[in-house]
Design a protein around this ligand. Structure first.
Ligand SMILES: Nc1nc2c(ncn2[C@@H]2O[C@H](COP(=O)(O)OP(=O)(O)OP(=O)(O)O)[C@@H](O)[C@H]2O)c(=O)[nH]1
Ligand SMILES: [Mg+2]
Length: 413
């Protein structure tokens, strides 16, 4: 039987009410994505948060009644809850209480398929658990009145639990390191072969995987649900006049992505970090498009990808309106439909163009004793022209930003 959930929006008077409503609508989708059903929706705007229950007393009572009335067995709060707050709310409402992060983590744990995906989700769950444990302990302390005589076995049991979790966190991180190393080797090989890499990034459900399939004639899992993709997939993509290029599809974004998830999925997200060019996919048919773009802009900054060239793909144009299309002001951009194939050829051309733009012609000088490295340079990139003098050799080559770092030592200016 699926969970029957009540979703609760929470915000401060100072916050935008629009934001509260949109986030709450998204939370409802998340409940369905987790396999539940929304049987009630409510919201509260507060002067300030209540430290023991987040929301106010009256609201808690109201939710209690709503839960009885709708036979809900789950309440999801659209905000972060401390361990104490969850426990107090559960006691007062009488059903299980989750916050937004826990709900997203639950979806991720249902979706995780691969070894790496499962490890990352477990790590995120542990990281989410740790601060809550302290809260739970303090919560029980405050109920006991706290102070002298309330310590003792409880605290040491908690310490043991914490140590156990810390150890597990260490173990998982070690295992993830190994997975990462394997991928690194593969990546280094690709970089040596100077294969330009694109990364598809964007809000969850915007059509990244469908686009990857369209561009690479693959059959990656696509579904009308949030977080369909968790693991990175890299495929060859054919572009006009470009001998070779690859494109990576990975986990999608969402507003207020739990920080523990970002931390745990670092390895996965790193695939995008190594990309030469970002392909930002936006669902143009969504009335939340601007907000989605903001979330992506924010994450690009946070991950320090701002230096990378970006191509904007406004996808699902087949079900968008003219009004939606005229709102778009990003460049370079393509309107596409991964479903019908519209705009895909144009996207390929823009992608090819951006690969060509990656290369910059530079002048490298190799003194006599280091001229042996010119052979390696020739393998990395095409040497356009050389000038030999008694002191050494000047090479004119086209380099990508990645290669520029490797050869910067020889730059003449
Ligand atoms: N109408 C229309 N639907 C599309 C288009 N592209 C993708 N879809 C649908 O949108 C849904 C999500 O597509 P995915 O490719 O799984 O989206 P994603 O961005 O990979 O999502 P996550 O992996 O969850 O981040 C699927 O039902 C697709 O069939 C499009 O151009 N037009
Ligand atoms: Mg996907």
């Amino acid at each position: 039987m699926s969970d029957k959930a009540i979703v609760v929006g929470v915000g401060l008077k100072a916050d935008s009410y629009m934001e509260l409503k949109e986030s709450l609508a998204e939370l409802e989708d998340l409940v369905y994505a987790a396999g539940g059903e929304v049987v009630g929706t409510t919201a509260q705007v507060l002067e300030k948060f209540n430290p023991s229950t987040l929301i106010g007393k009256g609201k808690t009572l109201e939710i209690n009644e709503l839960a009885t009335h709708t036979e809900a067995n789950l309440v999801v709060i659209d905000h972060h809850l401390s361990g104490v707050q969850s426990r107090n709310l559960e006691q007062e409402i009488g059903v299980r209480v989750l916050d937004r992060n826990q709900l997203i983590l639950d979806i991720f744990s249902q979706r995780a398929q691969t070894y790496e995906g499962k490890l990352q989700v477990e790590l995120a769950l542990m990281l989410d658990q740790l601060p809550r444990m302290v809260g739970a302990w303090q919560g029980s302390l405050s109920r006991l009145g706290g102070g002298i005589g309330t310590r003792g076995p409880g605290e040491s049991a908690l310490e043991m639990d914490r140590r156990r979790i810390h150890n597990r966190v260490k173990q998982i991180k070690k295992k993830l390191e190994i997975v990462k190393k394997n991928r690194q080797q593969y990546r280094q090989k690709r970089q040596r072969n100077e294969v330009p890499q694109f990364a598809l990034i964007g809000y969850t459900n915007s059509g990244k995987s469908t686009l990857l399939n369209r561009l690479t004639q693959s059959d990656v899992f696509v579904k009308d649900q949030v977080f369909a993709t968790l693991d990175p997939t890299t495929r060859k993509v054919h572009l006009p006049e470009i001998s070779e290029a690859v494109i990576t599809d990975t986990v999608g974004f969402i507003r207020n992505l739990p920080p523990q998830l970002i931390e745990a999925f670092k390895a996965t997200l790193e695939e995008s970090a190594y990309a030469d060019i970002l392909v930002v996919v936006v669902d143009i048919s969504s009335n939340q498009m601007q907000k989605h773009l903001e979330v992506i802009d924010h994450l690009i900054k946070e991950f320090e990808w701002s230096e990378k060239p970006i191509i904007y793909v406004f996808n699902k144009v087949d079900k968008s309106t003219i009004e939606q299309q005229v709102k778009v002001d990003r460049k370079p951009r393509v309107f596409s439909s991964a479903l019908t194939g519209e705009g895909i050829d144009r996207l390929r051309r823009i992608m090819a163009e951006s690969v060509k733009n990656l290369h910059k012609e530079v002048e490298l000088f190799f003194p006599k004793q280091e001229e042996y490295r010119i052979y390696e340079l020739g393998r990395d990139s095409k040497i356009v022209r050389t000038e030999v003098s008694s002191k050494g050799t000047i090479c004119y080559v086209n380099l990508t930003p990645g290669q520029m770092g490797k050869w910067s030592h020889f730059l003449t200016k």
